[in-house]
Design a protein around this ligand. Structure first.
Ligand code: MG
Length: 398
């Protein structure tokens, strides 16, 4: 039985991971849970999965959580705040920590888990994008495993099983095309938050669904693939595949191409990250290619979706630039979700901030440099957008 700690237990990744744990109670048990602020759901997860330790990130919610489980035994250790989440990440005999926290907030708990010798099921790509230059040496130093739970990177990882070192030549990351793939470019200026939250294929959290609509998600995944699999950016390509059946492909030195296929269901990459190298039998719906009919492919449209090129540029610049790109994106998406900026302002904000970081890019950033760059980038986005009555005026910033 594998002992698991889950960070971000009430989010999309968290609830799908717990769905797996509930289906396989003889394979997995929960040691720790951490969530942002959803007291009701967290309390019901405590009753169902009986963790030893729990943290709620919003400190003001701790009394409500205590109240909600006061009649329950065994009582878990209850903690709050960022420090509480870090304590959960490093606690006890958990072998694997699933990182389902949204954004760069996952970085410090992930580092704590690695330093405590735990394998990481990486469902938080921002950790690696912002902190790759710090996280990867720690993975090596503590001899822990980094198991990708992002569907594309899980696909690549699955295809790589049995491929010898040096055998990989190129990565082809598939992209669904997001919520606006069938929209004309000139309509994108008018999109609403509700429009952006309608993903055609995948069920995911709000932030990543907006990232899918801008295709920044794919750009971030290019950087994630670079850190995970060590290829240069020239050898990581994006291909649009609207059906999301092929979750990504690898090309080997001899031009042979391998792909991993399945219905778009996040539980599959999560299960593999937890069961690797084993394969667990499931009764989930099996892929039916005849029912699917056809699979199609297209080139990404960089005019319509500038975020991909911004991500490639930040990845190639390296140093603290990916952290800046990621933080500017997180802040811009948050403002879009609050209806304070428009959809097309998201790439404008990111470009504005990345341009300003060029002179100050740390080629070899420490954790403190990364955290400082992250904070600076968020402030720059807020400064650039705060005084705009008509938010489309951000165009004048360029
Ligand atoms: Mg993905």
């Amino acid at each position: 039985m594998k002992a698991i700690t889950l960070l971000g237990s009430t989010g999309s990744i968290g609830t799908q991971t717990l769905d797996i744990v509930a289906q396989y109670p003889d394979q997995f048990r929960i040691v720790g849970l951490a969530a942002r602020n959803n007291v009701e759901l967290l309390a019901s997860q405590i009753r169902q999965f009986r963790p030893s330790i729990v943290a709620i990130c919003s400190e003001e919610k701790l009394p409500a959580l205590k109240e909600a489980i006061k009649d329950f035994t065994p009582q878990p250790i209850l903690l709050a705040g960022d420090a509480g989440v870090i304590e959960v990440a490093r606690y006890g005999d958990a072998e694997t920590v699933v990182t389902g926290i949204v954004g760069c907030a996952g970085l410090l708990p992930t580092i704590a888990a690695i330093e405590a010798g735990k394998d990481i099921a990486l469902a938080n790509k921002e950790t690696l994008i912002a902190g790759g230059s710090v996280v990867l040496p720690l993975i090596k130093k503590h001899s822990v495993k980094l198991l990708p739970a992002d569907s594309e990177h899980s696909a690549i990882f699955q295809c790589l099983q049995g491929v010898p070192n040096g055998g990989l030549r190129r990565i082809l990351l598939t992209a669904s095309g997001g919520a606006f793939r069938d929209w004309a470019v000139d309509k994108l200026a008018e999109v609403t938050v509700a429009d952006a939250l309608k993903h055609p294929n995948w069920t995911m959290g709000r932030k990543i669904t907006v990232d899918s609509a801008t295709l920044m998600n794919k750009g971030l995944e290019v950087i994630e693939a670079h850190f995970l699999f060590g290829l240069d950016y020239e050898n990581i390509e994006i291909v649009i595949h609207p059906q999301s059946i092929i979750h990504s492909l690898i090309e080997l030195q001899d031009t042979s191409v391998l792909a991993q296929l399945g219905w778009p269901d996040m539980r599959l990459p999560l299960l593999y990250a937890l069961s690797w190298p084993d394969r667990i039998y499931t009764n989930w719906e099996r892929l039916d290619l005849v029912k699917m009919g056809s699979l199609t492919f297209g080139e990404p449209d960089h005019q319509k979706y500038p975020c991909m090129k911004l991500a490639y540029a930040a990845g190639r610049a390296g140093g603290s630039m990916p952290a800046v790109l990621n933080a500017a994106n997180e802040q811009a998406v948050a403002l879009f979700l609050e209806e304070k900026i428009q959809f097309l302002d998201i790439p404008r904000c990111i470009e504005w901030v990345c341009d300003r970081h060029e002179r100050d890019n740390h080629p070899n950033p420490s954790l403190d440099d990364i955290l400082a760059a992250d904070k600076w980038a968020r402030e720059e986005v807020l400064k650039a957008t705060e005084n705009l009555e008509n938010h489309s005026r951000i165009i004048s910033l360029r």
